[in-house]
Write a protein that binds this ligand. Structure first.
Ligand code: GBH
Length: 486
């Protein structure tokens, strides 16, 4: 049937880029190697109580020391693209000043290794590992961080700007701003709504300045992009529309507005007037932020359902980002996030492929000229390593089913006219899942954190088959969670 997105055989075009994604702090380890400086995630993960089990990225997947092995693995899976991020503190250990040659050399080896294997490099400049020295000066709440980011972007463009296929400035600035400075769930762990909103603006500014800087030095004809985690919002009940307007404002329109339309949404400025006066927005900033981009990266996992809290009934609050004492929703703390209908992944996030179709179609309708790419989609499940007839195996039926249904949803969006250029599965391998440490596994490849051995899971083999045939292979349907998608 069509309602459950389990159709097999759907075909993807020749130019559609199938790939997989990771991020520097989540996989590299080697935090003291070759002159890397400390990042806010080193500080945060080494602060007791911040990350599950006291886990840190000190070793992570040891990717820094296993680059060639991991490149070969990508080639074996047939990846056409690989989305990785560059650790700013490897390039500029204090966030400013001359480039660290050893850091540059690592990413050059990565990019050249990808190209040699026929894999297109999609480089993200910032996936949350801010040099600690810049945080000490105020981090993203400080305008100077955006200017420093542009210098860093220029350094990377000068070195790799003849080889990278797509440049992405920022990954999910929503998380950097609201989880980093508002809720405190992510580094640097601050809980200050005004700083979170200042961070939103300085991240937007950083994006614009970086695109301009890259354009000046890059010599090939790459794509320029930013990756957002836009919220797919389902309103509930009579106050649902007002709650959805507020969450759409903070989560989506505070980014899409300045990046693509050249202005901040007036209603959100009003909603947040008691939190900040927005004086950090300077004349001329709108022009600096709104740089032409050739691609919008979309990270999609799940949906939210909202209504306004009546102030009396027990609050449901299923968004999971308020328990540290801060708020991820400055000025709109009175929005209630309702428990979502299942099935759920191991993160507790509800599985709803229709959200991906809805999001892609809505973006295409709002910005018909802007090509889109799914830069992350995937799922955490508690996998088990078993000894099969052909050696170790992981029968991750749920993840395969999750991916199959989301690829089908993306296909449906393409049929409805969306210009979708590719799909990067999160993640190539199990890795450091931020506040959850190593307790959640998103990889299509299993990582043994004692031996660092990599084992492709069944989902990876399924994905390799999809890439090879360009058609959605049939996949086993999990016993649990198969119902209730309607
Ligand atoms: C991405 O973040 C990251 O880019 C990646 O590094 C990470 O490993 C991966 O996803 C998996 O977590 O109820 O409104 O708070 C995703 C982060 C996930 C944040 C869903 C918001 C819930 C919406 N987002 N989440 S809300």
């Amino acid at each position: 049937g069509s309602a459950d997105y389990r159709d097999a055989g759907l075909a993807f075009g020749e130019d559609f880029l199938f790939g997989s994604a990771t991020a520097s702090y989540q996989i590299e380890g080697a935090v003291h190697d070759d002159g890397r400086g400390p990042s806010i995630w080193d500080t945060f993960s080494h602060t007791p109580g911040k990350v599950w089990n006291g886990d840190t990225g000190d070793r992570a997947c040891d990717h820094y020391h296993r680059l060639d092995e991991d490149l070969d693995l990508m080639q074996r899976l047939g990846l056409e693209a690989y989305r990785f991020s560059i650790a700013w503190p490897r390039i500029q250990p204090t966030g400013r000043g001359p480039a660290n040659e050893a850091g540059l050399a690592f990413y050059e080896r990565l990019v050249d290794g990808l190209i040699a294997r026929g894999i297109r490099p999609i480089a993200t400049l910032y996936h949350w590992d801010l040099p600690q020295a810049l945080e000490d000066e105020g981090g993203w709440a400080n305008r100077a961080t955006a200017e420093a980011f542009a210098d860093y972007a220029r350094i990377m463009g000068e070195r790799l700007g003849d080889r990278v296929a797509v440049w992405t400035t920022l990954n999910e600035p929503w998380c950097s701003a609201y989880l980093g400075y508002g809720s405190g769930a992510h580094a640097p762990g601050l809980m200050d709504g005004a700083k979170a909103l200042a961070a939103v603006h300085h991240l937007n500014l950083a994006h614009g300045l970086a695109v301009s800087a890259l354009r000046e030095v890059v010599t090939n004809d790459p794509g320029y992009s930013i990756t957002l985690n836009l919220h797919v919002i389902r309103p509930s009940g009579p106050t649902g529309q007002e709650a959805a307007r507020r969450i759409d404002g903070l989560a989506n329109r505070l980014f899409l507005g300045p990046l693509l339309d050249g202005e901040y949404p007036a209603d959100v400025i009003v909603d947040t007037a008691h939190v900040t006066d927005w004086a950090f927005v300077k004349p001329g900033d709108a022009e600096l932020i709104r740089q032409p981009i050739s691609l919008l990266g979309v990270n999609y996992y799940s949906t939210v359902t909202v209504r306004m809290w009546d102030g009396e009934s027990p609050r449901v609050n299923a968004d999971g980002h308020k328990d540290m004492g801060g708020t991820a929703w400055p000025g709109s703390e009175s929005v209630e996030f309702l428990e979502q209908p299942g099935p759920y992944t191991e993160m507790g996030w509800n599985i709803d492929p229709s959200g991906l179709e809805d999001l892609l179609v809505a973006l295409h309708e709002a910005y018909p000229e802007l090509p889109l790419m799914v830069t992350e989609n995937g799922a955490a499940f508690a996998d088990e390593l078993v000894e099969g007839p052909a050696g170790p195996a992981v029968h991750d039926v749920e993840r395969t089913d999750y991916l199959r249904r989301h690829f089908a949803a993306a296909h449906r969006a393409i049929e409805r006219g969306v210009d979708l250029r590719g799909y990067q599965v999160w993640s190539l391998m199990d890795n450091f899942e931020w506040g959850y440490g190593y307790s959640k596994r998103f990889g299509i490849v299993r990582v043994d954190y004692d031996t660092f051995e990599r084992t492709p899971k069944d989902s990876a083999l399924w994905y390799a088959e999809l890439i090879r045939t360009r058609r959605l292979p049939d996949a086993p349907v999990p016993e649990i969670g198969a119902e209730g998608s309607g």
